[in-house]
Design a protein around this ligand. Sequence first.
Ligand code: S3P
Length: 201
Amino acid sequence: MPDGLDFSPEACEYNTLYLREKMHNSAKIIVLVGLMGSGKSRVGAELSRLLKLPFVDADKEIEKAAGMKIPEIFETLGEAEFRSGEKKVMLRLLAAGDKVLASGGGGFIQPEIRAAIKEHSISVWLKASLDTLVERTSRTDHRPLLRGVDRAEKLQELIDKRYPIYAEADITLVTDHQSPKEMARRIMAEIDKRETAGKSA
Ligand code: S3P
């Protein structure tokens, strides 16, 4: 067996075993954080495929728990209720079960969720430029925070507020022109580096 990650097409099984063995958290949870449009869901789905871990999208879990889509939760119950639901769902998802978890953009910003992420998982911030975020979020209209506002202005405001907080994640990766597959491989390589460093420390 090669000693390290091997990204040849036939190596998926090997990478999975290699990296899972190295991850010493009792629950192997990898949480992707970052702003809307940073690619958390697409990269997360790819990473879960490579690592053969279940993929969970926090926004979808919140929708399931509420029995409503996110825009409807914001409209009928308000943002504060959404945040309280987001906290309950995230704390439940972080309490147990190996998984790749794509958080909503505001998840890591809530102190209790952030503390639970730090305690139970390896966190990865997908850091994207304003241009990338504007381009990617303009393909859809399901994000209440970006409805009826100047998208670039709102995203810049969120960058200013949130980037110093996302920077507390275990791993930061700049993502602008890479495919989800490239990003997933980079995350695996970073986890590999981190776990190696952790074990030799
Ligand atoms: C939000 C991001 C959204 C969703 C909600 C609020 C935020 O998730 O949770 O609209 O506060 O940044 P995505 O980052 O997956 O779009």
